[in-house]
Design a protein around this ligand. Sequence first.
Ligand SMILES: [Zn+2]
Ligand SMILES: [Zn+2]
Length: 302
Amino acid sequence: MRCKFCGRDADIYIPYPRMHLCKEHFIVYFERKIERTINRYKMFSKEDKILIAIGGGKDSAVASYILKRFGYTIEGLFLDLGIGGFSEKSRRYAEKQCKDVDIPIHRVEIRKLFNRGINEVKSSRPTCAICGATKRYIFNKFAYDNDFNVLVTGHNLDDESSFVLSNLINWNIEYLGRQGPILPGTGKFIRKVKPLYEVTEVEIKEYADVIGIEYISERCPLSKGEKIPRYKHVLNELEKMSSGVKINFIKGFLRNRHLFKFDLGKSSILKECKVCGMPSQGEVCVFCRIWGLDKPVELKVS
Ligand SMILES: [Zn+2]
Ligand SMILES: [Zn+2]
């Protein structure tokens, strides 16, 4: 098979839109796609100070590599959840990835802050929910405390389409209204964006391999009971039957998202947490309750 653009021998096949590409033109194709996503949703500009959540996996590594290559001002934050060997290994990859693309990396260690790991919290909530709430809070507060105005995560098309499917099946209307490539900032909430929103896991893996980006491929050992992989599996099966299902599902969702109205300003999030001063639904925010705090966690770096 020959490359669609240059006619040389092709190395990579993209099922949707059906294309054979050489390595060089795959890189061009992939980077253009991300550039278009950034511009289409007006995610950020060269004036913005961007924080990226680096976890050691392929998604955030590829996102930071490309954003740096495009010339954006970007720094990484690694959150160490204190899950023994897995966190250790993730941290080593994250540090190497940041070093290789020459961006500063910041580290926040849960165990140092609270004397326990994410799986040692006594709570009725499932560990993945505690972890999700902790990540959201720390990344947002770190960005806020250190004057970043955009927070980037490595969520890709497979993640996003499976979240939407899962939230539709469970009719989580509020989540559906908020889901998307960009969540605008308001008050102490920093703008959150997903530049890999329209590329698949397979494409990201291919890109990482072509460029030579190393990453951790194990999944978190605590995520065993998580349901998202099922939805990913179902979507992959559908994709095999007719390619383009995921991207068309997600684009259709964005066209119809107004059906799930959600207004951050008018939602129930109106108060400030009594402990930390960050936005909260109750008197004390979920994060301060989970960790039993009586004073705010200090994340400002000098
Ligand atoms: Zn080519
Ligand atoms: Zn709080």
